[in-house]
Design a protein around this ligand. Structure first.
Ligand code: PEP
Ligand code: MN
Length: 342
């Protein structure tokens, strides 16, 4: 992959020692990466775990910058952190997922950023709320920060599936739709929690037109004090990036117009049918009202759901997808019937 058109931020989860920072930074720079990340204050779930080296690591990051020509990035979660990193001339700061979840914390940092020249990266909040993410970005912009980047690192969920943090791709897509000029990076390390999934997630991010990556790299991941399973070796980073298939619209065939016209027509027909369906459900609503029957009929709803899922399966549609559509349509029908009472 030619990474020159993409922003790549790489480095260890946490700065652990001068040797670890410099060894990783040297390898990251040799891989052609321009921005080096390392956390100094680590937000840990449990007390008593390694929670970062704090301000002591700023010297190591500055050294990495002057030795290898890297820009340096670290997380800030308080005004004390911010003051220390600005004094050290850090180029990029990022607001972590837990900080972005709290508008008070974001506003306090935004207030401290007024009149400051630094680039700010804003991770998604841990809860799947695109408005909260957009709001944090807006608070930072309102402070006068000109260079703002968004980082997608996935969302916490009670049930653990394939990923450590559920990617819920529709949320970053919505962020990009609302704010197309804000560069969007994918953090495959925190989404996956496992280094084997870093490459496929990077490829998926390219398919979704992301502007770059934010990847954890450690010179000895097996000894890492935090997030050991998700950090890749510098050599693995090189192979992940070079094996990516970069996408572009340059050679997009005009054939696509032929199919898009068909899709436009199908969508119009779907909407006409939905509108017809809503009118009929209003008629049903009137009948229920005249009969003094409740609007929600559980048995009918269950049968309808099962039937539509069955039909959908025969047509090659996933049960989950059909279920979501039927639930939405039914919800809207009920809403329309309830409006008859107003
Ligand atoms: C990190 O990038 O090291 C980090 C702590 O990430 P997040 O805020 O996404 O958990
Ligand atoms: Mn980490």
């Amino acid at each position: 992959m030619d990474i020159s058109n993409h922003m790549v931020v790489a480095g260890p989860c946490a700065a652990e020692s001068r040797e670890q920072v410099l060894e990783t930074a040297q390898a990251v720079a040799a891989a052609g990466i321009k921005i080096f990340r390392a956390g100094l204050w680590k937000p840990r779930t449990k007390p008593g775990e390694f929670d970062g080296v704090g301000t002591a690591g700023l010297e190591w990051l500055s050294e990495a910058r002057s030795l290898y020509g890297l820009k340096i990035a670290t997380e800030v979660a308080s005004t004390e952190h911010l003051e220390a990193v600005l004094k050290a001339g850090v180029d990029y700061i990022w607001l972590g997922a837990r900080t972005v979840t709290n508008p008070f914390a974001v506003q306090t940092l935004a207030d401290a950023l007024k009149g400051v020249k630094v680039s700010v990266m804003v991770k998604n909040p841990i809860n799947p709320d695109v408005k909260l993410w957009l709001g944090a970005i807006e608070r930072i912009e309102n402070a006068g920060i000109e260079s703002v980047t968004a980082i997608h690192r996935g969302f916490s969920s009670y049930e653990q599936h394939t990923y450590r943090n559920n990617p819920l791709w529709s949320i970053p897509i919505e962020l990009k739709r609302k704010r197309p000029s804000i560069p969007l990076l994918c953090d495959p390390s925190h989404i996956s929690g496992r280094k084997e999934l870093v490459a496929p997630l990077c490829q998926q991010a390219l398919e979704l037109n992301y502007d770059g990556f934010f990847i954890e790299v450690h010179c000895h991941p097996e000894c890492a004090l935090t997030d050991a399973r998700q950090q890749v070796l510098p050599s693995e980073l090189v192979s992940i990036l070079s094996n990516l298939d970069v996408k572009s619209n340059k050679n997009l065939s005009q054939n696509v117009t032929f199919y898009r016209d068909k899709i436009d027509e199908i969508d119009r027909r779907i909407l006409e049918l939905l509108s017809e369906r809503m009118e009929i459900s209003q008629e049903i609503g009137k009948v229920k009202k005249q009969s003094n029957a409740p609007l929600f009929q559980g048995d009918r709803y269950n049968k309808m759901l099962e039937d539509r899922i069955e039909i959908g399966k025969k047509l090659g549609l996933s049960g989950k997808f059909v279920e979501q559509i039927v639930r939405k349509v039914h919800e809207e029908s009920l809403k329309k019937q309830l409006e008859l009472n107003e």
